[in-house]
Design a binder for this molecule. Structure first.
Ligand code: GLN
Length: 501
């Protein structure tokens, strides 16, 4: 990629050559992120199945709990390393180059997983997590940089970007899932004289091909992004904050390690929760408005963490439910269980325009962000309450796919209320000098939520309908209580936000 080109002359408002009258750079970032998410979700769709599959059948032969734990640690690591990835871009290499390097690391990770061994599996996962940390936060920052702060197209630009994310997330489980699990493809491998049990590695490789396509788009169209994500200027004395990057790296690795150990030592999780509550109280009762806003950010953090802890079980407990307990046929035609991973994205693509319309329609009468967050929590709680009768029905055999279809609908409504709203609320509440950090904190909530999802999903029982119903009911109840608490806290949180809606 060209090193630090001169910024484009003239305001970016003049550039309307991209999709829907947006800057042309948005089209490039849209497709680059679409392919990155293609690789992320395609691989994720088959990860748990591969881990729990017997060794004789080509898998790793892990039990459900171990697989859910590894899955949670891996997804957590990608989001957690976003803090480091954002910091490196902000202080050393700039977002544009960080995205390029991140993409290359991700693709090498997927190709490493294409090799058939346990060690390459883990090296590949580590590479994908590291690359995601470098790419994900910085590609989002670049979207923001395409618009001047006053540009009215900004929010719509982010919505289009979210559609790109979900387009990739929709297509990839279909492709990677078919390659990994599809009977037709396995038969083809057999005809080629290859071992049909290696099909999983074709799925992982396909994820790498997707990321490579994203990189090609990104490099070919780099000219459109020449004015954003440049290498930041060094400090006045020419130095770079090497000491601090070491600190962020150590902090991130320490947190990942602590969370890894939380599989064996549950008290680490409780300690972390306690710490969060203490921090909220500490900031809320300090006199400055800035501290009070930080307390509000931490309340949102807490709610988001709980939300993702349910939502992100899609790749673990819900994936196992889809595989073992659901009748995966439409009109008599069977499909691979990994295709379920596409359903959330289909709902996003259908619902995002509805919500965009709703917010414009309601204008100033729309609910405040803490209310939207509480509603988001309510919908994920409802989604698991909905699974209680579904779980009971599994006693009589495979259940209708309609159950999971509605589960994903409820969860996606929750996502629409919390995820994009959270992103914009964070940017509004953050003190300007802490913007990058606050963004990192937002992704940290996703990181911890993903880990928690893995911990909770470890309790999944597919062999006993009664226990399975309890699994869903306990979680619905716990999140239901959090929802009530958040609703009760709304007036307080609004006060903490000090005028920000
Ligand atoms: N589904 C969205 C994505 O993949 C949001 C994920 C998140 O913030 N945890 O980008």
């Amino acid at each position: 990629m060209t090193p630090t080109p001169t910024p484009a002359a003239g305001p970016v408002e003049n550039d309307t050559g991209g999709i829907g009258g947006h800057p042309r750079g948005l089209t490039t970032l849209f497709f680059a992120e679409m392919w990155e998410r293609f690789s992320f979700y395609g691989m994720r769709a088959i990860l748990t199945y591969f881990m729990v599959l017997a060794v004789a059948e080509g898998g790793l032969g892990y039990d459900d709990r171990k697989a859910a734990g590894i899955y949670g640690t891996y997804t957590m690591s990608g989001y957690l390393l976003s803090i480091l990835g954002g910091f490196i871009a902000d202080n050393f290499i700039g977002a544009r180059r960080a995205v390029l390097i991140g993409g290359i690391v991700i693709a090498s990770g997927h190709f490493t997983m294409a090799l058939d061994s346990e060690i390459t599996f883990f090296i590949g996962l580590a590479l994908v997590a590291a690359g995601t940390g470098l790419l994900k936060p910085n590609i989002s920052t670049m979207v923001g940089s395409l618009y001047s702060p006053a540009d009215a197209r900004r929010d719509a630009g982010f919505s289009l970007f979210y559609m790109g994310i979900n387009l990739g997330a929709f297509i990839s489980p279909l492709v990677c899932g078919y390659l990994a699990q599809g009977e037709g493809w396995r038969a083809t491998l057999g005809r080629w004289g290859l071992d049909p049990r290696s099909s999983w590695h074709w799925g992982f490789a396909a994820a790498g091909v997707g990321m490579t396509l994203g990189l090609i788009v990104y490099v070919l169209q780099r000219g459109r992004l020449a004015h954003v994500g440049n290498v930041p200027p060094p400090e006045a004395d020419g130095s770079r904050p090497w000491g601090r990057v070491g600190l962020v790296l150590l902090g991130s690795l320490a947190l990942i390690t602590a969370m890894w150990f939380s599989d064996a030592y549950k008290w680490i999780v409780y300690l972390l929760f306690g710490l969060q509550v203490a921090l909220i109280l500490f900031f809320a009762f300090r006199p400055s408005q800035e501290s009070k806003r930080i307390a509000a950010i931490l309340v949102f953090f807490f709610a988001a963490e709980i939300f993702w802890a349910i939502f992100e079980q899609t790749g673990s407990s819900i994936a196992l439910f889809a595989d073992r307990l659901t009748d995966n046929r439409i009109f008599g035609w069977g499909f691979p269980s990994s295709w379920w991973q596409s359903v959330n994205s289909v709902w996003v693509i259908l619902l995002a325009p509805v919500f965009a319309w709703l917010w414009i329609r309601l204008g100033p009468k729309q609910p405040s962000s803490p209310v939207k967050f509480a509603l988001g929590l309510l919908f994920v709680a409802l989604s698991f309450a909905w699974m209680v009768p579904a779980a009971k029905l599994t006693a009589g055999g495979l259940i209708s796919p309609l159950w999971l279809l509605v589960l994903f609908l409820l969860q996606t409504v929750g996502e629409m209320l919390l995820s994009p709203v959270g992103l914009s609320t964070m940017t509004k509440l953050a003190p300007p000098r802490l913007l990058g950090l606050v963004m990192g904190i937002w992704f940290l909530a996703a990181a911890l939520g993903n880990k928690l999802a893995g911990v909770v999903a470890g309790e999944f029982k597919s062999t006993n309908a009664g226990e399975l119903a309890t699994f869903f009911w306990h979680q619905a109840l716990a999140v239901g209580v959090c929802t009530l608490v958040l609703f009760a806290l709304v007036p307080w949180v609004r006060k903490l936000m000090g005028g920000v809606h």
